[in-house]
Design a protein around this ligand. Structure first.
Ligand SMILES: [Zn+2]
Length: 454
């Protein structure tokens, strides 16, 4: 019999398709030394009992208690790690003031590595405790502090994709917080890419460098082209913001006489490994370009309620074949929890479908066909994120990484309202989606290693 590193017994929920949840009741999950799910065995299969007999008295056997369930770990496709220090503040002021009074002064402090370590340690711990096993991070313009964030992810066992932010245009950025000049921005980015690739060699769960122009308004054409070239040279991920708000959308139109998507594409910044945050104002041609190039959208529903001037038609974009995942957008979004963002994505889509202005007649108020279900929203936070990153993550399925959260529905301080021992499991799933809090997340595993427990 093959030796597995870990064997788990319990019930899992995972996406079978964007609309369907697959429930595996009382299955065995066999994890190999690489931290991958090598085999899933149902109670009806002949090797179920022999496996159970072999493993059940060993230390590497884990049987879930009654009321506990496996979910895939969440994939947060858009987090500004430094902004964790200001999460929940200043969301009532306009974007311009939010950036200049709060965000840029805060991010400029990450030249101090002691300060950076304090915040980055805490944000990685917090995201893990909220079930986020993979995160796509914006750091700051500082090369050393950005590398520190990658090292902290590596140490704590989170799968981190980290970008040193580029903002080199003296016109578009504050004097005390930007790259020294375009040349330095590109040299720093290249050194950062090489350092993270080196770190990745000793990191089981993976850590990845990400080419990160903040957004078009903060970058010169030379920097955008240079970053596109670096991404091609080293085959890296790319992240930025795209068509987020009326202002950003209008700015790019004025500078390039085209939409964000086509402007980014001209600089080589749309590729299979690209993830663009927000994308609320994509038009039909932009959406087709995203689908053709394999560029993914990081949908950040909480943040959008504050800064995007609109609700993104996610159901429509998904139907056009664009890869979409969820992002917390800390701290444009206040919550480090993708559970909160799953809920908001559903609620925002309902409001887009029905419309929100009661003085309009019902038939003119909304956008028909816009709603997504809780199952679809869960898909975005898990399998959709994995597809966006082209990594075998986000599903509890053979040949995927063992990245899971163990949800305890019976924890005394946060017991879910489940009163029938034989309650339909899809109903239990929906209750977890809407009601689970961090207290319910008993354990988090990444690549077969336990990285959080409570
Ligand atoms: Zn953002």
């Amino acid at each position: 019999m093959i030796e597995y590193m870990q064997l788990f017994l319990g019930t899992s929920f995972s996406s079978k398709s964007p609309r369907e949840i697959q429930i595996l009741k009382d299955h065995l999950f066999c994890i190999n030394t690489d931290g991958m799910i090598e085999k899933i065995v149902s109670p009806a299969e002949p090797d179920y009992q022999p496996l159970l007999d072999t493993y059940q008295d060993q230390d590497n056997f884990h049987r879930l208690a009654e009321g506990q369930y496996f979910l895939p770990g969440f994939i947060d496709l858009h987090v500004h790690a430094p902004q964790w220090a200001q999460s929940g503040t200043a969301l009532d002021i306009p974007l311009y003031d939010w950036l200049n009074t709060y965000t840029f002064p805060l991010e400029s402090k990450f030249s101090d590595l002691d300060f950076a370590k304090k915040i980055y340690d805490d944000v990685v711990d917090t995201l893990l405790a909220n079930g986020t096993t993979t995160a796509l991070y914006f750091a700051t313009v500082h090369k050393e502090a950005s590398l520190l964030l990658a090292q902290i992810c590596a140490e704590k066992g989170q799968r981190g994709l980290v970008g040193k932010v580029v903002m080199d245009d003296p016109q578009g950025n504050p004097e005390n917080y930007r790259d020294t000049d375009t040349h330095t921005a590109l040299v720093d980015t290249e050194e950062f890419i090489l350092a993270v690739k080196e770190l990745a060699k000793s990191t089981k769960q993976g850590v990845y460098p990400v080419v990160t122009p903040r957004f078009i308004p903060s970058c010169t054409n030379e920097a955008l082209q240079g970053l596109g070239d670096l991404a091609a040279k080293y085959d890296t991920y790319i992240q930025s913001h795209c068509s987020e708000s009326d202002w950003a959308h209008g700015y790019v139109q004025e500078r390039f006489q085209k939409n964000d998507a086509f402007a980014l594409h001209d600089f080589g910044l749309l590729r299979d490994k690209s993830v663009m945050a927000h994308c609320n104002f994509l038009d039909e041609d932009d959406v087709n370009l995203f689908a053709e190039t394999g560029t993914a959208i990081a949908h950040c529903p909480i943040s959008n309620a504050y800064f995007a001037n609109s609700v993104i038609p996610i159901a429509h974009f998904h139907a056009k074949g664009v890869e979409i995942g969820l992002g917390s957008d800390i701290s444009g979004g206040f919550s480090p929890s993708l559970f909160d963002n799953i809920r908001q994505a559903v609620m925002s889509s309902r409001m887009l479908e029905d419309g929100v202005n009661p003085s309009l007649p019902a038939q003119e108020r909304g956008l028909l066909g816009s709603r997504i279900t809780i199952d679809e929203s869960f898909y975005l936070a898990t399998a959709g994120g994995g597809e966006s990153l082209s990594l075998p993550i986000g599903r509890i399925q053979e040949n995927y990484a063992w990245d899971v959260q163990i949800i305890d529905t019976k924890i005394p301080s946060a017991r879910l309202p489940i009163f029938d021992g034989n309650e339909d499991l899809h109903d239990v799933f929906q209750k977890m989606m809407y009601l689970a809090r961090p207290e319910n997340i008993r354990e988090v595993w990444v690549q077969g290693e336990k990285v959080h427990s409570r």
